[in-house]
Design a protein around this ligand. Structure first.
Ligand code: C2E
Ligand code: CA
Ligand code: CA
Length: 814
C-alpha cells in the first residue's frame, strides 16, 4: 500500500494528457449543471407566468360570470320588486274603486289578484280606511260581523289605543301568511293615525302627501311598504289636494332576505344587500341575504334597480359555485409547474451526476492504466519507462539549479540462485522485500524504480555533497544485506548482497546517466560484487571496446579466427604428459592474439559459448584421436561452460563427437567449475551422470574457489579435482595456501579423486605439490599451452625435464 501510494505517478498528475482530463472533467461537469439550472430557472419562470396567466384568465372568467350572475340576480330582484310595487298599485286601485271593501270581499280579490303567484317574502297585507267618528259604530259593526276579519283579528276587535277622536284609521281587511298571523293580529287593532304610533302615522301621512309607494324599513330584514288611497276623481296634483283626497291606505310587509334569497337561488357564494333610497336621498339598508361575501372574491357591484329609482342592490362574491379560487388555482398551477421543474431538474442532476460518475470512472481507469503502464506490477515501483522520465525531469531541473542528479544502479548478487533454490514465488517475495527496503532507505524526493529482473534504480535529486551517492549506496548495501525471511510461512532465511553502480550528472540525457550507472555496475560486478563503484569516463571506453569485441566475436568462428591450443598435464609420478587441456585462442584481425579471459565472458553472456564450445570439443576430439592413433597415450580435457551443461542435447552431441572422431570416451575429461554445477545443481547432477554413463571423465575446475562442499562433491560423479591456480601461486610462501592445498589433497585422497594442480610456475611449488601427494601438475613451469604440432613434438620428447630432473635423485630406479 505504501509503495503504491508513494509511487503514485507524478507524470500521471502532471502529464500533458492528464492536464487535459482533470480540469476538462471539471468543466464538463459544471456546464450541464449550469444548463440544468438555467432550464430550471426558465421552467420556474414559465410556471410563474402560466400561474399568473391562469389566475388572470380565471379572474376574468369569474368576473364575467359574476357580472352575468349579478345582472341576473338584479334582474330577478327588479322583477320581484316591480311585481310587489305593481301589486301595491293594484291594491290601491282596488281600494279606490271599492272604498268600503270588507275583509271577506278583500279575501276574494286578494285570492283573485294573487292567483298562484304569491308575493315573494310577503308577510302581511292590509287595507286601512279612514273612518270619521260618525261612521265608527257602523264600521265596527260591519268589521265584527265579517267572519274573515274576525279570523284575521283573532276574534277581538277592540281599537288600540282607545280614546275618542274625530276620525279613525282602522284596518278594514287584510291577508297574512302563516307565521305572521300574530303580528298581523296585533296590527288589526291598531288605530293607525294615532299619535301613539308616531312612526307609522308619519309614514302614512308621508305616503298620503307624496302619493307614492313608501318603503320603510322595520325590524331587520322587514320592510313596510305602503301607499295612500285617494278618493276617485278627486284632484291629486298638490299635497293639499292629496291630503284632502286621501281615504285610506294599503300596506304590505315583506321579508327582504326571502325576496333576495329567491333572486339568488342556489348561488350561495353571493352576498346581496338591498337598500332603499328615501325621498330625501337617504339610503336605508333593507336587508341582506346569501353568503357572507368574505370568500376573498374581489368582485362587488352596486346596481340601481329601475323599479322606481329607489332601490339599490349591492352584490359581492364570486359568480361561480364554491370551488377553488383563482388565486388557489394560480398557486396550484404554479405548484404543479414547480413540481414538474423540480422533477426535471432532479432528473437532469441524476443524468449529470451519472455522466460525471462515468467520466470520473474513465479518468480513474485511465489513471490505473497509466499506473500499470508506468509501474512495475510486482513491486509497485516505477518501471524503467517512468524512471527514465523522472530522470529526465530531474536533469532538466538540475541543469537550472546547478545541483547534480545521481543514479544508483542496484543489482542483486546471486538472485538467480534464490529463484532456483526456493522457487519463483519466493523470488518474487524477495524482490518485493528488496523494493520495500530500497523505498524505506531513500529520501521522499528520491525515486526507487525496478528496471526488470533483479535490477533496481535509485534516482537522487539535489546531490549537494559529492559523496552523498556513495553514502546512500553504502546504506542501501547494508539494508539489502540484512537477512530476508521468505518462502512458505517465511521459513527460509536468505541473505544476499548487491552491487551498485553510481553515476552523477548535471545535465544531459537520462539515457546517458543510466548507461553510465550501468557501466559502473558492470565494473562493480567485475570487481567482485557486493560493492559500489562510481562511474568514470574511462569505463565507458572499456565498455565500448567490449561492445565491439562482442560484435567481432559473433563472426570470429565463421571467419576461422578461433583455434585451440593444448597445455599438457603431467603426472607427478612419471613426469609423463598424461593429458592436455584444450584452451581457446582468438586471432583477432586488429588486436592480435586474444586470450579467453578477454572474450570468454562475452561468449558466455551472449550464448556464443555454445557454438564456440562445440567447436573446441570437436577440435579436442579430432586432435586427441589423431595423437592416440599415432601411438601417444594421451587424454584430452575440455572446459565446459554452464551454458553448455544446461543444454539437454549436449550429451547426445558429445556421444556423436566421440563416435565421429573415434575417440575413446575414457580419453576425454570435461572440466566444469563449481559455480557452473551449482547454477542448477539437480539438472547438473543428472547431466553429469549421463555424461559419466558414456564413459567420459569429469573434473571439477578451479576447485576451492566456489562452494567446495563435501556433500555436493559426493553427489556428483567426479573423477578429477583441479586445484585452482590462485592457491598454487601462493605456494610455498603462504601458510594458509599451504594448509588449504593440504586439505584439498586429503579430500581428494579420501574421495578417491585424482588431484591436478594448475598454474605451477616454479619448482618450489612443484616440490610442495609433490610432497602433498598431488597426482598431476599443469603450468608454465612444465609447458605453456602449445599449438597442436608443437604439442605432438612434446609428446614425442617424453617426460617433462622439470619433473624428471627433480625425480631423478629421488627415485633413480624409475
Ligand atoms: P582454466 O580452465 O583454469 O585454464 C587454465 C588457464 O591457466 C589457461 O589460461 C592457461 O593458459 C593458464 N595457465 C597455465 N599455466 C599457468 C601458469 O603457470 N601460470 C598462470 N598464471 N596461468 C597458467 P587461458 O588459456 O587464458 O584460459 C583461461 C580460462 O579460460 C580457463 O581457465 C578456462 O576457464 C577458460 N577457457 C579457456 N578455453 C576455454 C574453452 O574452450 N571453453 C571454456 N568454456 N572455457 C575456456
Ligand atoms: Ca580448465
Ligand atoms: Ca582452472
Amino acid at each position: 500500500g505504501r509503495i503504491m501510494s508513494d509511487a503514485l505517478d507524478a507524470t500521471a498528475r502532471k502529464g500533458p494528457s492528464a492536464g487535459h482530463t482533470a480540469p476538462g472533467g471539471a468543466r464538463l461537469g459544471s456546464r450541464p449543471l449550469i444548463a440544468a439550472i438555467v432550464l430550471l430557472a426558465a421552467g420556474l419562470a414559465i410556471s410563474l407566468g402560466a400561474a399568473v396567466g391562469w389566475h388572470a384568465a380565471v379572474r376574468a372568467h369569474e368576473r364575467q360570470s359574476f357580472e352575468a350572475v349579478a345582472a341576473s340576480v338584479s334582474a330577478t330582484l327588479a322583477t320581484e320588486l316591480r311585481r310587489d310595487t305593481e301589486f301595491m298599485e293594484t291594491l290601491r286601485a282596488l281600494v279606490a274603486m271599492r272604498p268600503h271593501i270588507g275583509a271577506t270581499e278583500f279575501d276574494q280579490w286578494y285570492g283573485l289578484l294573487h292567483g298562484g303567484q304569491r308575493q315573494v317574502g310577503n308577510l302581511a297585507t292590509a287595507v286601512v280606511s279612514i273612518v270619521p267618528a260618525a261612521r265608527l259604530r257602523a264600521f265596527e259593526a260591519a268589521r265584527a260581523a265579517d267572519p274573515a276579519f274576525r279570523r284575521l283579528a283573532g276574534g277581538d276587535t277592540a281599537i288600540v289605543p282607545a280614546g275618542r277622536r274625530s276620525r279613525y284609521c282602522l284596518v278594514a281587511a287584510g291577508a297574512t301568511r302563516l307565521g305572521a298571523a300574530q303580528l298581523v293580529q296585533e296590527a288589526m287593532h291598531i288605530e293607525w293615525c294615532s299619535s301613539a304610533l308616531p312612526g307609522l302615522a308619519g309614514y302614512l301621512r308621508a305616503e298620503a302627501d307624496t302619493g307614492r309607494i313608501g318603503v320603510t324599513p322595520r325590524r331587520l330584514g322587514t320592510v313596510f311598504v305602503g301607499a295612500a288611497v285617494y278618493r276617485r276623481g278627486a284632484p291629486q296634483s298638490t299635497v293639499a289636494q292629496r291630503r284632502a283626497a286621501v281615504i285610506g291606505w294599503v300596506w304590505s310587509t315583506f321579508d327582504i332576505p326571502s325576496v333576495i334569497g329567491s333572486a339568488i337561488g342556489s348561488r350561495h357564494a353571493l352576498s346581496v344587500t338591498l337598500s332603499n333610497v328615501g325621498p330625501g336621498g337617504t339610503t336605508h339598508l333593507l336587508g341582506r341575504a346569501g353568503g357572507s361575501g368574505d370568500d376573498g372574491s374581489p368582485f362587488a357591484v352596486r346596481r340601481v334597480l329601475h323599479v322606481d329609482g329607489r332601490w339599490v342592490v349591492a352584490i359581492r362574491g364570486s359568480g361561480l359555485p364554491a370551488g377553488l379560487s383563482a388565486l388557489a388555482q394560480g398557486l396550484l398551477v404554479l405548484a404543479f409547474g414547480v413540481v414538474v421543474c423540480a422533477l426535471l431538474f432532479a432528473l437532469a442532476l441524476v443524468l449529470i451526476r451519472s455522466r460525471q460518475r462515468a467520466l470520473a470512472l474513465v479518468q480513474e481507469r485511465t489513471g490505473e492504466l497509466r499506473h500499470h503502464a508506468l509501474h512495475d506490477a510486482l513491486t509497485g515501483l516505477p518501471n524503467r519507462e517512468l524512471a527514465r522520465d523522472r530522470a529526465e525531469r530531474m536533469l532538466a531541473r538540475s541543469a537550472r539549479s546547478g545541483v547534480p542528479v545521481a543514479a544508483l544502479f542496484v543489482d542483486l548478487d546471486g538472485f538467480k540462485h534464490v529463484n532456483d533454490t526456493f522457487g519463483h514465488a519466493a523470488g518474487d517475495e524477495l524482490l518485493r522485500l528488496v523494493a520495500q527496503r530500497l523505498q524505506g532507505a531513500i529520501r521522499e524526493v528520491d525515486t526507487a524504480a525496478r528496471l526488470g529482473g533483479d535490477e533496481f534504480l535509485v534516482l537522487m535529486e539535489g546531490v549537494e555533497l559529492p559523496d552523498a551517492p556513495q553514502w546512500t549506496a553504502e546504506r542501501l548495501l547494508a539494508v539489502l544485506r540484512r537477512p530476508y525471511r521468505i518462502g512458505e510461512g517465511r521459513a527460509s532465511n536468505v541473505t544476499l548482497s548487491a552491487s551498485i553502480g553510481i553515476a552523477t550528472a548535471l545535465s544531459g540525457g537520462a539515457e546517458e546517466l543510466l548507461r553510465n550507472a550501468d557501466i559502473a555496475l558492470y565494473q562493480a560486478k567485475a570487481a567482485g560484487r557486493s560493492r559500489h563503484v562510481v562511474f568514470e569516463p574511462s569505463m565507458q571506453s572499456a565498455i565500448r571496446e567490449r561492445m565491439t569485441l562482442q560484435m567481432d566475436l559473433g563472426e570470429a568462428l565463421a571467419r576461422g579466427q578461433l583455434h585451440v591450443v593444448f597445455q599438457p598435464i603431467f603426472s607427478l609420478r612419471s613426469g609423463e604428459p598424461e593429458a592436455v587441456e584444450a584452451l581457446l585462442r582468438w586471432r583477432h584481425p586488429e588486436r592480435g592474439l586474444l586470450m579467453p579471459g578477454e572474450f570468454i565472458e562475452i561468449a558466455e553472456q551472449t550464448g556464443l559459448i555454445v557454438p564456440i564450445g562445440r567447436f573446441v570439443l570437436e577440435e579436442a576430439c579430432r586432435r586427441a584421436a589423431g595423437w592416440r592413433r599415432r601411438g601417444h597415450r594421451i587424454g584430452v580435457a575440455v572446459n565446459l561452460s554452464a551454458r553448455q551443461l544446461a543444454r539437454e542435447a549436449f550429451v547426445d552431441e558429445l556421444a556423436c563427437s566421440l563416435h565421429d572422431h573415434g575417440l575413446a570416451p575414457g580419453a576425454l575429461t570435461l572440466e566444469v567449475t563449481e559455480t557452473a554445477i551449482m547454477r542448477d545443481a539437480a539438472a547438473s547432477a543428472r547431466r553429469l551422470r549421463a555424461i559419466k554413463r558414456i564413459g567420459v571423465r569429469i573434473a571439477v575446475d578451479d576447485f576451492g574457489t566456489g562452494y567446495s562442499s563435501l556433500a555436493y562433491l559426493r553427489q556428483f560423479p567426479v573423477d578429477d579435482l583441479k586445484i585452482d591456480r590462485s592457491f598454487v601461486s601462493e605456494l610455498p610462501s603462504s601458510k594458509e595456501a599451504g594448509a588449504l592445498v593440504h586439505t584439498l589433497m586429503q579430500l581428494g585422497r579420501v574421495l578417491g579423486l585424482r588431484t591436478i594442480a594448475e598454474g605451477v610456475e616454479n619448482p618450489a611449488q612443484l616440490d610442495v605439490l609433490r610432497e602433498e601427494g598431488c597426482d598431476c601438475a599443469q603450468g608454465f613451469l612444465l609447458s605453456a599451452p602449445l599449438e597442436p604440432d608443437a604439442l605432438e613434438s612434446l609428446l614425442k620428447a617424453g617426460p617433462a625435464p622439470a619433473i624428471a630432473a627433480d625425480r631423478a635423485p629421488a627415485s633413480p630406479a624409475q
